[in-house]
Design a protein around this ligand. Sequence first.
Ligand code: CA
Length: 422
Amino acid sequence: MFHRFSRLPVAATLAPLLLATAAQAESFSACFARLRDDAGSAGVARASFDKLTATLSPDLSVIKLLDDQPEFKTPIWDYMAALVDAERVADGQARMAQWQESLQAAESRYGVDPATVVAVWGVESDFGRSFGKRPLLTSLGTLSCFGRRQAYFRGEFFSLLKLIEQGDLRVDGPAGADGLVGSWAGAFGHTQFMPSTYQRLAVDFDGDGRRDLVGSVPDALGSTANFLAKAGWKRGQPWGFEVKLPEGFDAALAGRRNKRPLADWVARGVRTVDGRSLSAKAGEGADAAGVLLPAGVKGPAFLVFGNFDAIYGYNAAESYALAIAHLADRLRGGGPLLTAWPTPDPGLSRAERRELQTLLTARGHAIGEIDGMLGAASRKAIQAEQQRLGLAVDGRAGQKLLGLLRAAPVSVMPAKAGIQKD
Ligand code: CA
């Protein structure tokens, strides 16, 4: 979760540590002297501040990430194909069985159903597999002193120090405070909360007296449910569902915020995809809904209720909220979307991305680890193959390129993996 600064879940870039120049190092220590003065009023004891920041040096690669415009915009069908794939559904269903007791307790306390909570966990950290790789104090310390959002990141930095000081987070492992890692912007743990969100909304759900979103799955699940409840989740209400629009639907009526009573949508010819009536499907007490068209009137359409907005509150992107919502449906046994995305070249699951990377490696491209994440090195290899095959050279891989590479295997020795890791 990192509001407004979009965090692509498919390619976690880990740029090499950028060392500061002498002038930058000097300005960093001057900045930290000021932060030390402010620590007290931010609720952090001087002694903790000194202990935790004594050896910090800036990592300016995070400033580069803060300023980077993503050079590659992920189409919604690629985003959904990678986030809601067969692997994640199977993983999520296994987690629902494994953590049934905590999930039921979270539902009875906060009103959020197990599938929704597990879907957030699966999208945020792949069920605890990927927390991010950057030392949090280094990233947040750097962002507090350089770049264009210093005031915001200072708040996050102090929140993190407080979480450590309070004992919620432990830094007594072999790596010390460097063992506390997350995204470059400071989101971390199973639920990828920012430190201030953690401070505000994390709960101790396993009863050990600490709110530990790094080491405790029950704490993470309870905290996710608490977040959604505070964001306005209504117990027993649906997030929404896929619908069919009438011919000539006025796209100007669409929009998550453009909510109307169900009867109004019925009168305008909006139908369910399974033949049930809209109101039966929405259930009793369903409030007004908006029509969401993530890919325009030719793509899948959804009727979305207030609970969709609660998910949106977790990470302000409609594509994100839709991935969580649809994954939750699939975890409950629901099927894929019935309307195809409006593209002749659908997106790839993570298994298909790994297969593509394997085929690219076999063709001599150095893309490093076969990890299913299509980062810069994979895209370079994709472009080279697009060029060779006479396709549009856009660096995007879908079913079409995968099919062509599958059909024409080569027996070139794989290039040495390594240097150009994504
Ligand atoms: Ca706990």
